[in-house]
Design a protein around this ligand. Sequence first.
Ligand SMILES: [Zn+2]
Length: 158
Amino acid sequence: MLSEILLPDPHSLRLDSASIEDDNLVLKVRSVHSEAPCPDCQQLSSREHSHYWRRPTDLACAGRQVQLHVFVRRFFCDNTACQRRTFAERFSPFLAPFARWTDRLGKSQRDLGVMTGGEAGAAALNALAMPVSGDTVLRAHPHCSATCGEHPAHYRDR
Ligand SMILES: [Zn+2]
């Protein structure tokens, strides 16, 4: 029940622990799957090479910033026809490779950026415990640049 409320994808993530650290809600999670597909050849692998942690920010909860601590496994690709020797498991579609925040937090940043403008959107997100810079809010919009002039975000520049 708690997992379904808190996690971006409760069907593919398992919640190991929830704690408060530095006033943030820290959720330690890992994949529920024992194997993952190689991103190049799609062959499944369960032979683990190593692991590491990713710490993306997620949507705030009860006025606190939420930090995911995602346990990421690196697997061997044992397909001899594949160029890739190892790969890290992916968490698409809710967390892009190398992303520092979840897709749903990025969507909130984009939506607020389009509706309110870069600095105002950043102020709103900060008040909602999802701190971000105004420039990041502007950059989060997929189809505009800082000079497109077509969104409220850029009216201040006119
Ligand atoms: Zn492969």
